[in-house]
Design a protein around this ligand. Structure first.
Ligand code: UGA
Length: 443
């Protein structure tokens, strides 16, 4: 029988898991969040979200107050509590390889299954190489105690940082990868309020559901690199990629989203997902089918060097000893995430080229300073730009968009700016006496 209102556990309370646990409790489910890291558990129990995500602290408070959300570090407790378990642990890039590191996923499935003594569904949400779910299903059957009745399903997650709560409560679609009607019914019950809103649902097999996720992220990465490849062509021809992107975007078959040229993509997902996909396709003997993803990656990384080159051009080719104000460190605005952040990478490259780089980011300073202690950090936007020979915008925070070119101009040594994200009004900056440069745009 399908539990009318299944009790849910969420294994792993990082970005994805914390958001999922909180959102499901807000939707009315009894939820137990589990993490091996007692510091994370303690923070969440105390109502603190250990990362920056707009709206999530308020929802956490609401969920805790409802009494429906609890946290624990006991997998045994999770196994006893849950009808449906969501595994939300990370799959980072392996050291020294492009493949995904499945240590945490394998460990979570193995440990959870070893404690389950009843009928339960274990649902993977992590992004994994296709074929992992079937392997985990076999693993679970092997390690679950006699008498347990455990099935594995897959439910890829498409949330964006900065919009995590909204994307979880009102996703564009749900995808269930299942091996039985029972598993589908369990998942339907676990997402009832979301489905009742009319959210499109695709019910698929395990490998298709795993692939949906990497295919979606590959498509998005390709779209970004496509327009950035056009930016390279623009740079060789005097054309303007922002006008090109705007004209393309009016074709409803193309659309303007993820067609924003600039410094390119970063973060904990897109870069490692396309690399892992390419590595997995090689293992499967079909690497050729996604060889273009290697090019997508290469185009993306070239934008970082191009940004450094633009900054150098503005200071007559010699970065040595030049004061550079680097605006932004996070991989995108409204996030404190600096994993594979193009911004921080460019700041590092500028420093390696001899520049004196001062970084400011509204939220990511602590994370940035931990990873790149060799850079200088300023406590505010204005402090960062004081005396700068050149300013480079690397993450398009609203605060940077809103800055007044006259006010900034009064602080810098020389009015020179590279807009790495096409986020500023070039005309306003030029009118205020700035030398303005942007990737893929003519001087
Ligand atoms: C991405 C996907 O958008 C989510 O659907 C997915 O669930 C998530 O990865 C994941 O796999 O968990 P996220 O990493 O939060 O989400 O960030 P995005 O909003 O996709 O931005 C990725 C990068 O692309 C950022 O560095 C952003 O600056 C860059 N970008 C985005 C562009 O350079 N141009 C664009 O037009 C759009």
């Amino acid at each position: 029988p399908v539990a009318q209102q299944p009790r849910l556990t969420v294994i792993g309370t990082g970005y994805l898991g914390a958001t999922h646990a909180v959102s499901m409790a807000v939707l009315g489910y009894e939820v137990l969040g589990v993490d091996v890291d007692p510091a994370k558990v303690d923070a969440l129990v105390a109502g603190r979200v250990p990362f920056h995500e707009p709206g999530l602290p308020e929802k956490l408070a609401e969920a805790l107050a409802s009494g429906r959300l609890r946290f624990s570090s006991s997998m045994q407790e999770a196994a006893e509590f849950g009808d449906v378990h969501f595994v939300c642990v990370g799959t980072p890039q392996q050291r020294g390889s492009n493949a995904a590191d499945l240590t945490y996923v394998d460990g979570a499935f193995r440990e959870l299954a070893s404690h389950i003594t009843r009928r339960a569904l274990v649902v993977g949400k992590s992004t994994v190489p296709v074929g992992t779910a079937a392997r985990l299903a076999a693993l679970v059957r092997e390690v679950a105690p006699a008498g347990a009745d455990v099935e594995v399903a897959w439910n890829p997650e498409f949330l964006r940082e900065g919009y995590a709560v909204q994307d979880t409560l009102h996703p564009d679609r749900l995808v269930f990868g299942v091996e039985s009607p029972w598993a589908e019914a369990q998942l339907r019950a676990a997402f009832r309020p979301v489905l009742d809103e009319g959210t499109p649902l695709v019910v698929a097999d395990l490998p298709t559901s795993e692939l949906v996720k990497v295919a979606a992220n590959s498509f998005l990465a390709t779209k970004i690199s496509f327009i950035n490849a056009m930016a390279e062509i623009c740079e060789a021809t005097g054309a303007d990629v922002s006008l090109l992107a705007s004209a393309l975007s009016h074709d409803t078959r193309i659309g303007g989203r993820f067609l924003k040229p600039g410094l390119g993509f970063g973060g904990g997902c897109l870069p490692k997902d396309i690399r892992a996909f390419s590595a997995r396709a090689d293992e499967l003997g079909v690497g050729q089918a996604v060889r273009f993803l290697d090019e997508v990656d290469a185009i993306n990384l070239r934008r970082r060097q191009r940004t450094v080159d633009l900054v150098a051009e503005l200071v007559d080719g010699d970065l040595a000893g030049k004061k550079v104000a680097a605006l932004g460190a996070a991989f995108k605005p409204n996030s404190d995430d600096i994993r594979d952040a193009p911004a921080l990478d460019v700041a590092r490259m500028l420093r390696d080229a001899g520049a004196i780089v001062t970084v400011y980011d509204p939220e990511a300073m602590a994370n940035a300073a931990r990873v790149r202690p060799e850079l200088r950090y300023a406590p505010s936007l204005t402090a960062a730009v004081v005396d700068a020979d050149v300013v480079v915008l690397l993450t398009e925070w609203q605060q940077f968009r809103d800055a007044d070119p006259e006010d900034l101009g009064a602080l810098v040594h020389t009015r020179r700016i590279v807009d790495g994200r096409h986020a500023l009004d070039a005309d306003r900056y030029r009118a205020a006496g700035w030398e303005y440069r942007a990737l893929g745009r003519p001087v």
